[in-house]
Structure formats: C-alpha cells, structure tokens
Design a protein around this ligand. Sequence first.
Ligand code: DAT
Ligand code: MG
Length: 152
Amino acid sequence: MAIERTLLLCKPDAVSRGITGDIIARLERRGYLIIAMKMMQLDGERARKHYAEHAGKPFFDGLVKFITSGPLVAMCIEGESAIAGCRQLMGATDPLTAAPGSIRADYAQTIGRNLVHGSDSHESAERELQIFFQPADFVSRKHDLERWIFEK
Ligand code: DAT
Ligand code: MG
C-alpha cells in the first residue's frame, strides 16, 4: 500500500465523443486526486515514445495514427495504489473482456478505440509522466491526501 502517481489519458476518441467529463467524474468519485491536467495533441515523435514498448507490433502504426489524430486530455492521478486502481476503473484492454462497470466496458466497443490509457507499473508511470508533463505542471494536494486518503 502506497500513495502512487500515474498517467491517465482520455484518448482522442473520448474527447471527440464528449465523454472526458464522465471519465474524470469516475476518477474523482473514486477519490483520486488530479494533480496535473492538460489538453494537447501529440505529434508522431512523442506518440512513438509513449508507445515505444509496442514498436514493431502489427497495430503500432495504427495506434500512433489514432493517438495523434486529435486532442487528448492528459492527467496525473494521485492516490492509494493509484496505478492498479486506475487500471481497474479503466477495465481490460479489450472492451469485450473488460469488467462490467469499467470505463471500457461501459463506453467502448473495440480494442483500437478503447478511450483511455493508464500506466501499467511504477516504471511506466515515471517514464510516461515525463513525456506529458514538466515538474512545474504538478500541484500539491497534500491537504486533500491527508483529509481523504491517509488512514490514521
Ligand atoms: P493498455 O492500453 O490496456 O495498457 P496495451 O498497452 O497492451 O493496452 O496496448 C496499448 C494500446 O494499443 C491499447 O490500449 C489499444 C492498442 N492495442 C493493443 N493491442 C491491440 C490489438 N491487438 N489490436 C489493435 N490495437 C491494440
Ligand atoms: Mg499499456
């Protein structure tokens, strides 16, 4: 158990469909804290860096084309075990196998348009957050953490 930071993206399909608000509401309802947030459109270079682990896979070019196709909303989420918790809220990569009630099960139909990205480990979170944010982009929500998350 530890307070963690993770990268959460509302991908271009979520922005285009107007469901970023619903996604953010689910994160906030769970009690996670948004400590950085920006809307931006990725260029190919940054997209390939973000998805470097998938380079060479058959879906890689399509993935880069999709993630650069329009604006996305990038967030740094902070909370207790936030890396696994956000993955749980998102649901499995393929919406058909995502748990009912998860974002992907509730809003998505296909693996290639699955609305959200979330870091899958501490190493990924650290690496990915640096791709999207500068140190000055982060706010402190120390008081909210103490009030709502820490169990004394
Ligand atoms: P996740 O986004 O759940 O971490 P991942 O890291 O395995 O999943 O893959 C990154 C993204 O690439 C995923 O959200 C959608 C796309 N993708 C993965 N596998 C795919 C496949 N077999 N066909 C098409 N797109 C795929
Ligand atoms: Mg992944």
